[in-house]
Design a protein around this ligand. Structure first.
Ligand code: UDP
Length: 251
């Protein structure tokens, strides 16, 4: 990626550019295989303890600032960047899918969820080509059948909603099946599109409090969310000690 400055967030890369969507559309049209990682504070902390996940994030062709923590971290380092939630990137690619004429696949979520989400998108964007859907709780035998399906269908845009880090590991292991596709780990986006879950109201998101809404909706997440104060502490230490690794452009 020549045109995008590459910065470090606690040692992980992040690409800053004005038009992620345009950059991806061009790669989709040219059939250049791409893995998009949507980085947030929780994933950053998971990657500290999970070398395989960290390696995949380093190898991804595009890492976008999905979470408020990552944006605040970069702002502490003097970078005036905007947050770009992965779900919004995915939505903008779906909206332009008919015009771009790429086929889309939804993989993940409880049985029926990706299917419902796909039907809703098909209604919203009538010319959108949805190659297929697959829920995310498949047996090893079904997984093998699913791999064959992907090889046959060759979708160009593949959303994988299995949660972090499962979806990132899955994409890294399977992207060779459709080497020209764009793969994005979309977390719980199918649940939102299917109406199973809702996103935080804008005023909470604008105040960097989306995490609070998630905790209210899914209280069982509290243990995972302990990563957030840990991330904040590290970000402050990085800022105060002006570590050379902090947010500088990677070589
Ligand atoms: N999921 C799945 N298969 C699994 C585990 C989880 O399809 O084996 C789905 C789950 O149904 C949900 C999504 O993965 O739709 C995880 O959503 P979450 O919002 O927790 O994602 P994260 O916060 O990790 O990005």
């Amino acid at each position: 990626m020549s045109e995008a400055p590459l910065f470090s967030v606690l040692g992980l890369p992040i690409h800053l550019m004005d038009d992620y969507q345009g950059w991806l559309r061009s790669r989709l049209q040219q059939g250049i295989g791409t893995h998009v990682v949507t980085l947030n504070a929780e994933m950053t902390m998971q990657a500290e303890a999970n070398a395989a996940l960290a390696k995949i994030i380093h190898q991804a062709e595009l890492v976008i600032p999905d979470g408020a923590g990552v944006v605040l971290y970069l702002r502490l380092q003097g970078k005036q960047i905007q947050r770009y939630p992965g779900i919004e990137l995915a939505e903008s690619l779906l909206h332009s899918g008919a015009e771009g004429s790429w086929s889309v696949f939804f993989f993940g979520g409880a049985p029926g969820v990706a299917e419902t989400a796909a039907a809703i998108w098909q209604q919203q964007v009538p010319g959108l080509s949805i190659a297929g859907t697959q829920h995310g709780y498949i047996s090893p035998t079904e997984a093998e059948e699913f791999r064959q399906t992907l090889i046959q269908l060759k979708p160009q845009l593949i959303f994988v909603g299995l949660g972090v880090p499962r979806q990132e590991l899955w994409i890294a292991q399977h992207r060779f099946l459709c080497p020209q596709a764009t793969w994005i780990g979309v977390g719980g986006s199918f649940d939102v599109w299917a109406g199973v879950k809702s996103r935080a109201p804008a005023w909470l998101a604008d105040n960097h409090l989306e995490w609070l809404y998630r905790l209210y909706q899914e209280p069982w997440r509290w243990r995972r969310m302990l990563a957030l104060p840990k991330f904040a502490r590290k970000a402050l230490v990085d800022r105060l000690t002006q570590k050379p690794s902090a947010s500088r452009m990677l070589p």
